[in-house]
Ligand binder design. Structure first.
Ligand SMILES: [Zn+2]
Length: 198
Protein backbone atom coordinates (compact mmCIF):
# COMPACT_ATOMS: atom_id res chain seq x y z
CA UNK A 1 0.00 0.00 0.00
CA UNK A 2 1.22 3.47 -0.83
CA UNK A 3 2.26 5.72 2.05
CA UNK A 4 -0.41 8.19 0.92
CA UNK A 5 -3.19 5.68 1.69
CA UNK A 6 -1.81 4.93 5.15
CA UNK A 7 -1.71 8.47 6.53
CA UNK A 8 -4.05 8.97 9.50
CA UNK A 9 -5.42 12.35 10.54
CA UNK A 10 -3.15 12.08 13.58
CA UNK A 11 -0.11 11.79 11.32
CA UNK A 12 -1.30 14.64 9.12
CA UNK A 13 -1.77 16.85 12.18
CA UNK A 14 1.70 16.00 13.44
CA UNK A 15 3.15 16.93 10.03
CA UNK A 16 1.33 20.28 10.13
CA UNK A 17 2.55 20.87 13.69
CA UNK A 18 6.18 20.16 12.69
CA UNK A 19 5.89 22.57 9.76
CA UNK A 20 4.47 25.26 12.04
CA UNK A 21 7.39 24.82 14.46
CA UNK A 22 9.95 24.97 11.64
CA UNK A 23 8.36 28.17 10.35
CA UNK A 24 8.57 29.53 13.86
CA UNK A 25 12.25 28.97 14.62
CA UNK A 26 13.95 27.78 11.41
CA UNK A 27 15.02 24.40 12.84
CA UNK A 28 14.31 20.94 11.44
CA UNK A 29 11.36 19.28 13.20
CA UNK A 30 10.21 15.70 12.84
CA UNK A 31 9.18 12.38 14.34
CA UNK A 32 9.07 8.68 13.68
CA UNK A 33 6.23 7.22 11.66
CA UNK A 34 4.92 4.22 13.60
CA UNK A 35 2.88 1.41 12.03
CA UNK A 36 -0.22 -0.05 13.69
CA UNK A 37 -1.57 -3.56 13.13
CA UNK A 38 -3.58 -2.43 10.08
CA UNK A 39 -0.59 -0.75 8.51
CA UNK A 40 -1.82 2.77 9.26
CA UNK A 41 0.79 5.38 10.17
CA UNK A 42 0.91 7.31 13.42
CA UNK A 43 3.45 9.83 14.75
CA UNK A 44 5.72 8.83 17.62
CA UNK A 45 4.93 10.79 20.75
CA UNK A 46 8.58 11.80 20.98
CA UNK A 47 9.59 14.48 18.47
CA UNK A 48 13.00 15.62 17.29
CA UNK A 49 14.40 19.06 16.56
CA UNK A 50 17.61 20.35 15.01
CA UNK A 51 20.19 19.42 12.38
CA UNK A 52 20.41 15.74 13.16
CA UNK A 53 16.63 15.35 13.49
CA UNK A 54 16.64 12.97 10.54
CA UNK A 55 19.53 10.89 11.83
CA UNK A 56 18.60 9.76 15.32
CA UNK A 57 16.09 7.00 14.66
CA UNK A 58 18.57 4.20 15.12
CA UNK A 59 18.98 5.12 18.73
CA UNK A 60 15.31 5.16 19.65
CA UNK A 61 13.51 2.13 18.18
CA UNK A 62 11.46 1.83 21.37
CA UNK A 63 9.64 5.06 20.55
CA UNK A 64 7.07 3.18 18.48
CA UNK A 65 4.74 0.62 20.10
CA UNK A 66 6.09 -2.88 19.39
CA UNK A 67 9.01 -1.12 17.73
CA UNK A 68 7.14 -1.18 14.42
CA UNK A 69 8.66 1.79 12.63
CA UNK A 70 7.88 2.70 9.04
CA UNK A 71 10.49 5.44 8.99
CA UNK A 72 11.02 9.10 9.60
CA UNK A 73 9.36 12.38 8.73
CA UNK A 74 11.08 15.75 9.01
CA UNK A 75 10.81 19.31 7.74
CA UNK A 76 13.70 21.01 5.94
CA UNK A 77 14.01 24.70 6.79
CA UNK A 78 14.61 26.56 3.53
CA UNK A 79 12.58 29.72 3.85
CA UNK A 80 14.93 31.94 5.87
CA UNK A 81 17.89 31.05 3.66
CA UNK A 82 15.91 31.69 0.50
CA UNK A 83 14.64 35.02 1.79
CA UNK A 84 18.20 36.03 2.60
CA UNK A 85 19.22 35.15 -0.95
CA UNK A 86 16.32 37.10 -2.47
CA UNK A 87 16.67 39.98 -0.04
CA UNK A 88 12.93 40.00 0.64
CA UNK A 89 9.99 37.94 1.89
CA UNK A 90 9.00 34.92 -0.21
CA UNK A 91 5.76 35.31 -2.13
CA UNK A 92 3.55 32.45 -3.21
CA UNK A 93 4.43 33.00 -6.88
CA UNK A 94 8.16 32.64 -6.10
CA UNK A 95 7.82 29.00 -5.09
CA UNK A 96 7.58 27.49 -8.58
CA UNK A 97 10.94 29.08 -9.49
CA UNK A 98 12.80 27.75 -6.47
CA UNK A 99 14.92 24.68 -7.07
CA UNK A 100 17.88 23.44 -5.19
CA UNK A 101 21.03 22.66 -7.14
CA UNK A 102 23.82 20.47 -5.81
CA UNK A 103 27.57 20.77 -6.41
CA UNK A 104 27.38 18.74 -9.60
CA UNK A 105 24.58 20.83 -11.02
CA UNK A 106 21.83 18.29 -10.38
CA UNK A 107 18.49 19.96 -9.89
CA UNK A 108 16.56 18.76 -6.89
CA UNK A 109 12.90 19.44 -6.18
CA UNK A 110 11.75 20.69 -2.80
CA UNK A 111 10.28 17.23 -2.12
CA UNK A 112 13.58 15.38 -2.51
CA UNK A 113 15.24 14.06 0.65
CA UNK A 114 18.98 14.68 0.97
CA UNK A 115 21.52 11.97 0.21
CA UNK A 116 22.24 11.67 3.93
CA UNK A 117 18.50 11.23 4.62
CA UNK A 118 18.17 8.43 2.09
CA UNK A 119 21.43 6.74 3.05
CA UNK A 120 20.61 6.83 6.77
CA UNK A 121 17.13 5.42 6.27
CA UNK A 122 18.43 2.67 3.98
CA UNK A 123 20.86 1.64 6.71
CA UNK A 124 17.98 1.37 9.20
CA UNK A 125 16.19 -0.89 6.72
CA UNK A 126 19.39 -2.92 6.39
CA UNK A 127 19.58 -3.47 10.14
CA UNK A 128 15.80 -4.08 10.23
CA UNK A 129 15.01 -1.30 12.69
CA UNK A 130 12.60 0.40 10.23
CA UNK A 131 10.85 -0.24 6.91
CA UNK A 132 13.10 2.41 5.39
CA UNK A 133 10.68 5.21 4.50
CA UNK A 134 11.83 8.80 4.69
CA UNK A 135 9.29 11.60 4.18
CA UNK A 136 10.25 15.24 4.01
CA UNK A 137 8.73 18.59 3.31
CA UNK A 138 9.98 22.17 3.45
CA UNK A 139 8.65 25.37 4.93
CA UNK A 140 8.55 26.76 1.36
CA UNK A 141 5.97 24.32 -0.02
CA UNK A 142 4.54 22.70 3.10
CA UNK A 143 1.46 21.17 1.39
CA UNK A 144 3.63 18.71 -0.50
CA UNK A 145 5.42 15.83 1.17
CA UNK A 146 7.98 13.64 -0.62
CA UNK A 147 8.25 10.05 0.59
CA UNK A 148 10.90 7.53 -0.48
CA UNK A 149 10.47 3.85 0.40
CA UNK A 150 12.88 1.04 -0.55
CA UNK A 151 11.60 -1.26 -3.30
CA UNK A 152 11.11 -4.93 -2.39
CA UNK A 153 14.50 -6.56 -2.11
CA UNK A 154 16.35 -3.26 -2.50
CA UNK A 155 18.06 -3.54 0.87
CA UNK A 156 20.11 -6.65 0.18
CA UNK A 157 23.61 -7.81 1.08
CA UNK A 158 25.27 -5.88 -1.75
CA UNK A 159 23.40 -2.58 -1.40
CA UNK A 160 23.67 -2.64 2.40
CA UNK A 161 27.41 -3.25 2.14
CA UNK A 162 27.69 -0.38 -0.31
CA UNK A 163 25.58 1.89 1.92
CA UNK A 164 27.75 1.15 4.95
CA UNK A 165 30.90 1.91 2.98
CA UNK A 166 29.43 5.12 1.56
CA UNK A 167 28.41 6.19 5.07
CA UNK A 168 31.89 5.63 6.49
CA UNK A 169 33.90 6.96 3.56
CA UNK A 170 32.10 10.04 2.47
CA UNK A 171 29.85 11.23 5.31
CA UNK A 172 28.18 12.74 2.32
CA UNK A 173 26.28 15.98 2.81
CA UNK A 174 25.33 16.50 -0.83
CA UNK A 175 21.85 17.76 -1.44
CA UNK A 176 20.98 15.29 -4.19
CA UNK A 177 20.76 11.55 -3.53
CA UNK A 178 23.58 9.84 -5.45
CA UNK A 179 22.96 7.94 -8.68
CA UNK A 180 23.40 4.49 -7.13
CA UNK A 181 20.85 4.95 -4.39
CA UNK A 182 18.00 6.54 -6.35
CA UNK A 183 16.72 3.43 -8.19
CA UNK A 184 16.47 1.51 -4.91
CA UNK A 185 13.51 3.65 -3.81
CA UNK A 186 9.87 4.14 -4.76
CA UNK A 187 9.03 7.85 -4.70
CA UNK A 188 5.75 9.52 -3.84
CA UNK A 189 4.84 13.18 -3.74
CA UNK A 190 1.81 13.53 -1.49
CA UNK A 191 -0.48 16.53 -1.50
CA UNK A 192 -1.51 16.99 2.13
CA UNK A 193 -4.72 18.69 1.05
CA UNK A 194 -5.85 15.38 -0.50
CA UNK A 195 -5.49 13.56 2.80
CA UNK A 196 -8.62 13.33 4.93
CA UNK A 197 -7.17 10.75 7.24
CA UNK A 198 -9.18 7.75 8.39
ZN1 LIG B 1 16.72 15.83 5.77
Amino acid sequence: MAIKDRITSELKNAILESIRKTEENGNEHGFLMCTDKDGKLYPSREKCEGDSCGMDIDIYPELCPKKKIQGLFHVHPEKLQEEKRLGRKIRKEDIKDIFRVDRKGNIVTLQTPSHADVLTILLTKCNKSTEGTVCITTDLEPDKVGCWTPRAGAANFATCYYAKRDNVLTKNRDIAPKMWIKPLFKKEVIDLMDINGK
